[in-house]
Design a protein around this ligand. Sequence first.
Ligand code: F6P
Length: 326
Amino acid sequence: MNKVKCIGILTSGGDASGMNAAIRAVTRSAISNGFKVKAIYRGYEGLINNEIREFTTEDVSNIIQRGGTILKTARCEAFMTPEGRRKAYEVLKAQEIDALIVIGGDGSLTGARMFADEYNIVCIGLPGTIDNDLYGTDYTIGYDMALNTIVDCVDKIRDTASSHNRIFFVEVMGRDAGFLAQNSAIASGAEAAIIPEDKNNADQLDEFIKRGIRKTKSSSIVIVSESKKDGGAMYYADRVRREYPEYDVRVSILGHLQRGGSPSAADRILASRLGEASIQAILEDQRNVMVGIRNDEIVYVPFIKAIKEDKPIDKSLIRVLNSLSI
Ligand code: F6P
């Protein structure tokens, strides 16, 4: 028997294009199924500080096309402590919120999982991150838009790279995952991608140079996944400058522009489907799951799996890029 009457919704962690479409879908399908909806501002931070107000269907009008998140977002350290989560629970009780929908990435769903383990509250997660790194879902909200933005930027960089016969190292986001780097490299016709998952390759830069691309092409673009470990694009550019001084090298770090912009149609549809499915999940008495999509079907993934298991990258994508970049 489902006892949920009032659903709280928040966005947390890095914003992703399509979060607003998800907020709209959750709000509207919750209200049409008879639930009350309360909007929690600034993620877990706003939950702890009681920055909450009731939402009507009008509150989510005219937002499906907007990037960012109208609920604002934050990375909240206090929620990672038991005291922070206790405060959050007290606020939820006072607000009479009995289910929480969290739209965010790995860190946000880790918070939701801890919270759900400690308190009797229904928690449902929606994968909202440009990194596409959550296990159990083929795509995350915001990934498609970020991918398209990167491809658009690389197309522009290609014009200047080929005019000057240069090697460009373009650094893209993704945290510890190479989905954005590998697929943007394929989509933009880049000569190589350096990603964290390609562990067979002791030195991906050497491999790229050895493939002899400079003999057949006057300019090259290498997409590099951001990395805390080796310093990303700067590191590889410095190495080429040292080891191959004959090459003219430049670096472009795309940064936060990858997170902005009006969501693509694919992200709007994904966010709408997942948002609506999160309410279905509550109606079906699901709890402590992330709602994802696999083979175009809605799936429920236990939090523990979504956050703890590594999402593998399809290794054939590496072969595709290498075969097509000769
Ligand atoms: O997780 C999304 C993401 O954009 C990562 O790709 C990136 O490493 C990180 O967030 C950047 O975080 P911030 O906006 O806090 O600098």
